[in-house]
Design a protein around this ligand. Structure first.
Ligand SMILES: Nc1ncnc2c1ncn2[C@@H]1O[C@H](COP(=O)(O)OP(=O)(O)OP(=O)(O)O)[C@@H](O)[C@H]1O
Ligand SMILES: [Mg+2]
Length: 589
């Protein structure tokens, strides 16, 4: 017998003194989270049975923090406090995290567990899974949603928070204390809350532990930093399992996973590899700043502003229907406003309905340009042009432009003035990102949903391939985002030299549908001294304003049609969203 096992036996004898063999078994069962889970928790997919953990889940769950005496510090200290589950999709990582949350709350008195998820839907799903696992075995004195709280009779609580989407949401967690922090999808855009709020909570208690799960997003944030560093250097224990370890994985699943998206996505999502560095296109604090407390409403004559310019963007999406945005630009304040949103659901009349909708909006609003994604919209663009020619007062044949994201844009090199060609898509995305970064745009806060415009902005990433091309990846689809980007592109392309225009010139075409043309004719906008000289200063009393700042350096740009693209081609750029046409990605477990 080794010295250690002899010590263990003596220790056990002291600890177990006075207990019956059943009580000793029970105590052991409570001490071991795996044993506890398999004897107390129901299988969430089949509540008639107890859960049976998979081999790797046992490894992950059994790894627990340890308390030891530090001679140096002359006190008990904790180690192994942070562990991270870096696993592929559907491996069963979130369930491990939830099992531990329940185990900790059940086996400790007055224990506080915090569960943090990037989106509300994930928290709701987590609550459903928790309730199913508890079944009739574990009684809670209170289970509520919104706020997400589970209370046990021993005084322990599990509280759920939404961490990712809004800066001000962090304030709800701020100031809380906890004994355990469980973060789901930790690598998906919530670093700002983790570092500002959650890490201080972890540091607030010597025994507080951190359990995080995620697929790698390609970012090099906190999840990555903790995974690659050893604990002695502030890192965490990371468990890395690809999706293929799951018993549910098979050849069909592998084929589907590969077909669903790019190789990079497969590496991140299923192999749980770090892959190439990808970056969010829109920075979270900037996106938060775009939100305004307003909702979309029906636009009426009195809503349009005298000096403002309106452009529309349209995305024809085969899977999600047609998305339409109108963005207003106010040259006085140099600000943009997302004023109108229309979605035409996908059914057999989608395209016709969308064309009608565009005509309708065009009647109501003084639209200067309508930029339409060429992808699936070629026929509809032709219809609009035809209608415009038959009804010249609508000007649709002139204002509607089909944009092929595979084409190039011609820019002036600011260093030598030479013309250079750049792929259009990164150009438009960069232009939109700059508007957001400059704090020049307002977006109604109702868009801050996972699949809303702002949700799509938060999940939009870019990565540079080894050949130097920029590739975009959308975590939460990009149909709304593309329509909105197209509206902004119209401003940039058509009015890069906006200062040279008179408003009347821009609006000359409108057959005064709302009785406003006469007013426009009277005004000039944004004229700088040069253009005033060229065009005349307009009305006396109109102040000279700051010249309009083009969004992209290089000023006016010209769209270059792709030469080899067949006319009327329905070919489409390989959007990353096609990768996930099955709908909500992270809404389910
Ligand atoms: N040990 C188990 N026994 C039975 N079912 C399980 C087990 N572990 C996980 N599952 C089931 O597998 C599915 C995926 O589990 P879970 O949501 O925990 O995985 P995940 O890795 O977090 O997935 P995602 O990548 O979608 O977040 C769920 O339906 C869950 O109920
Ligand atoms: Mg999960």
């Amino acid at each position: 017998m080794s010295i250690n096992s002899s010590i263990d036996d003596t220790h056990d004898a002291v600890v177990n003194e006075g207990l019956t063999p059943e009580e000793i078994e029970l105590a052991k069962g409570l001490e071991d989270p795996v044993l506890w889970a398999e004897t107390h928790l129901r299988n969430p997919d089949d509540p008639a049975e107890f859960i049976k953990l998979r081999w790797y889940q046992k490894f992950m769950i059994r790894w627990q923090p340890e308390k030891y005496w530090s001679d140096k510090e002359k006190k008990f200290v904790w180690k192994k406090r942070k562990k991270l589950y870096r696993c592929g999709r559907r491996v069963g990582k979130s369930i491990c995290l939830l099992i531990e949350a329940l185990w900790l709350a059940y086996t400790n008195n007055h224990y506080r567990v915090i569960i943090l998820t990037p989106y509300e839907q994930q928290l709701r799903t987590a609550w459903t899974v928790l309730k199913r696992m508890m079944g009739d075995q574990i009684e809670a004195s209170r289970i509520v949603e919104k706020p997400f709280i589970i209370e046990f009779s021993n005084g322990s609580t599990i509280t759920g928070y939404i961490g990712g989407v809004k800066k001000d949401r962090s304030s709800t967690v701020r100031g809380e204390g906890a004994d355990a922090i469980c973060v789901m999808e930790m690598d998906h855009g919530i670093d700002h809350i983790l570092t500002a709020v959650m890490v201080p909570i972890l540091l607030g208690k010597a025994h507080c532990r951190w359990i995080g799960d995620s697929t790698p997003s390609g970012a090099r944030g906190l999840f990555y930093q903790w995974c690659i560093k050893p604990e002695s250097r502030g890192g965490a224990k990371d468990f890395h399992y690809p999706s293929s370890v799951s018993p549910e994985w098979n050849d069909d699943a592998e084929r589907e996973a590969k077909d669903a998206g790019s190789l990079a996505e497969y590496q991140h999502e299923y192999m749980a590899e770090w892959g190439e560095l990808t970056q969010g296109v829109f920075k979270t604090p900037d996106v938060d700043d775009t939100l305004v407390k307003t909702t979309y409403r029906e636009y009426k004559k009195q809503d349009t502003k005298l000096n403002s310019v309106y452009c529309m963007g349209v995305d024809w999406n085969q899977t999600y229907g047609v998305k339409i945005y109108v963005v207003e630009y106010n040259p006085n304040t140099h600000r943009y406003k997302t004023v109108l949103k229309r979605e035409v659901p996908n059914d057999e009349y989608t395209q016709t309905n969308a064309v009608e909708e565009i005509k309708e909006i065009n009647k109501k609003l003084p639209l200067t340009w309508i930029y339409v994604d060429k992808g699936y919209g070629t026929t509809q663009v032709e219809l609009l042009h035809k209608y415009g020619k038959a009804h010249p007062e609508t000007r649709l044949h002139k204002t509607v432009k089909a944009i092929d994201f595979k084409s190039n844009v011609v820019l002036k090199d600011p260093r030598n003035g030479k013309k250079i060609k750049k792929p259009l898509k990164p150009f438009c995305v960069a232009a939109a990102a700059r508007v957001v970064e400059n704090g020049q745009i307002d977006i109604p806060e109702e868009e801050d949903e996972k699949f809303g415009l702002v949700g799509q902005m938060r999940g939009y990433r870019q990565r540079i391939t080894p050949s130097g091309n920029i590739v975009f990846e959308a975590e939460n689809r990009d149909d709304l985002l593309i329509a909105w980007i197209l509206a902004l592109l119209a401003f940039n392309v058509e009015m890069g030299e906006f200062t040279k225009y008179e408003t009347a010139k821009i609006f000359r075409h409108i057959k005064d549908p709302m009785g406003i043309e006469s007013k426009y004719k009277k005004r000039t906008i944004g004229l700088d001294s040069t253009s005033k000289r060229r065009y005349g200063s307009g009305r006396s009393g109109v102040k000279s304003r700051k010249p309009w700042r083009p969004i992209i350096p290089g000023g006016k740009v010209r769209l270059e049609p792709k030469k080899d693209a067949p006319i009327g081609s329905t070919q489409r750029a390989p959007w990353p969203t096609r990768a996930r046409p099955q709908g909500p990605r992270r809404s389910t477990f």
